[in-house]
Design a protein around this ligand. Structure first.
Ligand SMILES: [Zn+2]
Ligand SMILES: [Zn+2]
Length: 237
């Protein structure tokens, strides 16, 4: 909706999680600094500006850019977006110089731009991932889109005080739980059931991906101590 953007999270200036709103929000020089893009899943609200980000980087080709995602997501992107019809094929974009690499997220931890990343499956569409992002002083989790998935909450709990923040999707108000379950999203109540009293007091829980149409309702229902973002916020950990 007008005034709202779709999911993109920029970390340490060069690493992006999802590419929903990038070119339309960031100054061009900040887009040019991006070197790593981690995609949670290929729904349009998470990838719609990926072609434009790559286009901006392509025009300078000053450095390589890696797009990380699950095998299912990479397949969806190459078959449905970078297919020579909707947008050029990656192979053609790389014709003069290899600068885009598509990389499947491996099992376990891998290094990206000074960060340690782990991608784990969550219950949304096949191949959907959440990302645990770690530096020496701790970890942050980005849930991606997900329905109620005990694996996500168990991961958050397992990190103890090392977990600085859980950015977790909450899409629909409680009265729409059936739609949330069908579309594999969370409501405030489902989030509460997942974290209820079990995360340490130092862990910040931050809701995102709230459908703008239901923002006020969702915010009013969020459990105590759960913050929310609507775009443009900056966090330091
Ligand atoms: Zn989705
Ligand atoms: Zn989404």
């Amino acid at each position: 909706m007008q005034g709202y953007n779709t999911t993109s999270i920029l970390i340490n200036r060069d690493t992006l999680i999802d590419a929903g709103s990038v070119s339309s929000v960031l100054p061009e020089e900040e887009v040019r600094a991006i070197r790593h893009i981690l995609i949670t899943h290929p729904h349009i609200d998470h990838i719609k500006e990926l072609p434009f980000v790559l286009d901006t980087l392509f025009s300078s080709r000053a450095h390589e850019v890696a797009v990380w995602a699950s095998g299912e997501t990479l397949k969806a992107l190459t078959e449905n977006v970078f297919n020579g019809m909707i947008w050029p094929e990656i192979r053609d974009l790389n014709a003069h110089k290899d600068f885009i690499s598509l990389r499947e997220v491996p099992e376990g931890e891998f290094a990206v731009g000074g960060l340690k990343i782990t991608g784990r499956q969550v219950d949304h569409i096949p191949g959907s991932l959440c990302y645990q992002v770690s530096e020496e002083n701790g970890s942050v989790i980005f849930s991606g889109d997900t329905g109620y998935d005990q694996r996500l909450f168990d991961l958050a709990l397992s990190l103890g005080d090392n977990l600085k923040a859980l950015f977790v999707e909450v899409s629909f108000p409680d009265r729409m739980e059936e739609i949330a379950r069908l579309s594999r999203h969370l409501t405030p109540l489902l989030l509460k059931n997942g974290i209820d009293g079990r995360l340490g007091p130092s862990v910040r829980v931050i809701a995102y991906h709230i459908k703008p149409k239901y923002l006020d309702e969702v915010v009013a229902e969020l459990p105590p101590n759960v913050a929310y973002i609507v775009g443009g916020e900056v966090f330091e950990f």
